[in-house]
Ligand binder design. Sequence first.
Ligand code: XMP
Length: 510
Amino acid sequence: MDKILVLDFGGQYNQLIARRVRSEQVYAEIKPYNGISVEEIRKNGYKGVIFTGGPNSVYEEASPHYDATILDLGIPILGICYGDQLMAYMAGGEIASAENGSEYGKTTVFTADDILFEGIPQESICWMSHTDYVKTLPEGFTTIARTEKCPCAAMCDRSRNLYGVQFHPEVTHTVYGKQMLHNFIFSVCRCRADWKMDNFIETLVERYKKELEGKKVLLALSGGVDSSVAAVLLHKAIGKNLTCVFVDHGLLRKDEGDFVEKTFGKQFGMNLIRVNAEDRFLSKLEGVTEPEKKRKIIGEEFIRVFEDEAKKLGKIHVLVQGTIYPDVIESGKGDSAVIKSHHNVGGLPDVISFEQIVEPLRDLFKDEVRETGTKLGIPHELVWRQPFPGPGLAVRVIGEITKEKLELLREADAIFREEIANAGLENSTNQYFAVLTDLRSVGVMGDARTYGYTVALRAVTTDDFMTAEWTRLPYEVLEKASGRITNEIKGITRVVYDITSKPPATVEWE
Ligand code: XMP
C-alpha cells in the first residue's frame, strides 16, 4: 500500500491534509515533526512527504525545525505555508516578513506551467494565511506561482521533486487545491490509489476484538452520528461486551430520546441503558451563563453519570467515546490553539475510574465518519443526520438555562426542521438549527403588546465543519418558519437569520 507522510508542524489544518490524501484513496499518516527521524522516514517507504503549516516563524528560537537531510532522500516533498518557508530555509533560502502586511483569506494566485498545476487555470483563487514569505529562493528552486502581494506563492526544485506552496491547497477555499494535491500525489509521488475505507473498518474491528477481548466496555451514546458509528463499530467487534449508556441530559431536541432508544435498543439489539438525568444536569447548570463553564459542567457531569452507571454494572474496564478529529484540534489537543473545549475531549475530569479510554474515530473527519457508518450498514437517515453538539441545547440557549427556555427552543427548532423538510432542503444544508438568544424584544399580537424572546435560525454549508458558509435558504422557507415560530410559540416575538460564516464565527453560538 502506498503511503504519504504528513509531517505536522502544528497548523490548524494538518489533519485536513491527511483527509484530502485519503479521499484520493492513498493512505496518509500524520506524525509530529519531532516524532519521526529521517532514517525512519526512509525505512518506512513513504512515497511522499507533506510538511504542514504552523503558527511559527522559521527564525524564532522555539520554532519547529527538521533535519535538512530529508531534502536529499529522493522522496518528493510538498511544503505548505510554514512548511513551504521551512523547506526554503532548510535549503538555504531567505524568509522575510511581508513589508506590506499579512495576506489573509481568498486571494488570486497566478500559476506557471508546472506538473503541480496541471489542469488548473493560470489565474485562480487560493486561501492565504501568512505574514512571512520566501524572499530569496534557495539554489536550484524556481518560482511557479505568485500573488499580487507575494512574489513567491509557490516554488519547486524539479530535480529533487521538492515543492512548496505558500497558500493552503487543503482548504476548500482554494478552488483547485484538490487538483493540486491530486497532482502532487499521483504525478509527482507516483502513488497508486489503493486505500479504501473498508480496510480501515476491518483493521479497527480486528484490533478491538483483540485489544478488548474479555473486557466490559461502556460507550457514551448520544444518538449523534459520531457516537452511533463508534457504537456500531465496537458492537461489531465485541458484541454484548459493549454496553451503551445513553444519557438523556434534558438538553436534547424534541422527541430525540425516544428515537435513540428505539433505534439502538430495538433495531440494533445493543445493550442499551437510558438514563434520565435532566434534573441532575439542570441543577448543576443553574445560574451558569458562561459558555465554556457550561461545557465543562456538562462534560464532567456526563462522566460522573457514566461512572455511576458503571458502578451499577460491576467492573467496567473501558470507556468508548465518539470523538472525531475536529473535536480534537478545536480543543487544542494538537499543537493548534484552543477555540472551544468540546465536552467529549476538553472536559474530562482528572480522576476517572475506567482503566482505558478508546476513541475509534479520533483520526476521522465528519464525512469519513459518515462513510464508515454507511459501510457498517447503519441506516441512511441516521448516518446523514445532521451533527448535534454533545452539550446539546445548552450551547443554543444563550445565557442561563431553564426548563422553560429549553422548551421554547425545542419547539422553535422542531418547526424550523419541519419547514426545511417540507421544502425538501434537508440535503442542501449541512446543519441547521434554532438558537434561543437571551434578548427579549417588544412585539404586537392582536391589539396587545407582547414581550418575548428572539430566536435566531442558523443553517450552514460545509464539508468539514472547519470552515462553513451560511446557507442561502430561500426567503419563502425563512418566512414560513418565522411565521410559524412567532404564531405557534407563546413567548417568542422575533426571529432572525444568522448570516455569518466560519471563520470568523463558529457554527454554534456558544
Ligand atoms: P463549532 O461551533 O465549533 O462547531 O464551529 C463545529 C461542529 O461541531 C459541533 N460541536 C460540537 N460537537 N461537542 C460535540 O460533540 C461539542 O461540544 C460541540 N460544539 C460544537 C457543532 O454542532 C458543529 O457541527
